[in-house]
Every structure is written in structure tokens, then in C-alpha cells.
Design a protein around this ligand. Structure first.
Ligand SMILES: [Zn+2]
Ligand SMILES: [Zn+2]
Length: 118
């Protein structure tokens, strides 16, 4: 009898689909040319993760975090203002960025969009 290996065929990843949809929603913001310029400028001024620096570590910042998630803006104009406000930004490494979102009750900015209709 031939030995049949049960190959586990993984179903299409819903997570990835979700991410993709999320990304297209974000593109409007993160694809914004003013945001890109601001991000580059901010990262050049703040190359070290702010949270690691507090703990005496020098870890390169790779991500920008919005202290007040710009998705909380009540309308498009306010979202853009929050997105592009340098006082609303903090440069972090990805670990610290995750931690910040963990502290925000697991709330990624995306979730704020989902509450828009409330
Ligand atoms: Zn860090
Ligand atoms: Zn963030």
C-alpha cells in the first residue's frame, strides 16, 4: 500500500486578507506625500527609539507612533491634522511600538476607524 501523506493544505489566510484591506484603508494616510516628508524629517531628528532611550538603551527607531491615534479625529480634516502633527508623534522601535499599542488596550489605530459609525 502506498504511503499517503496527509498534506495539510492551509486555507487562504484571512489575516492577510484583513491586512490587505487594512493597508488600502491606510494608504490614503500613509501614502500621503506630506506624511512621507514629515516622517522622514521626524525620523532624521529622532533616530533613536524614545522609549528605549528612557531605559538607557540606544535602539534605532523604525516606526512612528501617533500618541493620539489619528483615527480618533472626528472628521477627515482632524484625522489629517493628527496625522501630520509633529507633537503627536513619537519615534519607536517596533518592540516598543507594540508595547504602546498593548498599553492602549490592544487597540491598533485601525480599530478606531471601526468605531467611526458609532
Ligand atoms: Zn524601543
Ligand atoms: Zn502606533
Amino acid at each position: 500500500m502506498p504511503y499517503i501523506t496527509k498534506r495539510k493544505i492551509s486555507p487562504p489566510s484571512h489575516k492577510e486578507e484583513h491586512n490587505e484591506r487594512r493597508n488600502s484603508k491606510w494608504n490614503k494616510y500613509y501614502g500621503n506625500s506630506r506624511w512621507k516628508k514629515l516622517r522622514d524629517w521626524y525620523m532624521s531628528l529622532h533616530p533613536i527609539c524614545a522609549d528605549c532611550m528612557i531605559n538607557g538603551r540606544s535602539v534605532p527607531a523604525t516606526e512612528l507612533h501617533h500618541i493620539r491615534p489619528f483615527g480618533t479625529g472626528k472628521d477627515e480634516a482632524e484625522k489629517m491634522r493628527l496625522l501630520l502633527d509633529p507633537d503627536n508623534l513619537v519615534a519607536l522601535c517596533s518592540d516598543c511600538h507594540d508595547k504602546r499599542h498593548f498599553i492602549l488596550n490592544h487597540t491598533k489605530q485601525d480599530d478606531y476607524f471601526n468605531t467611526d459609525n458609532n
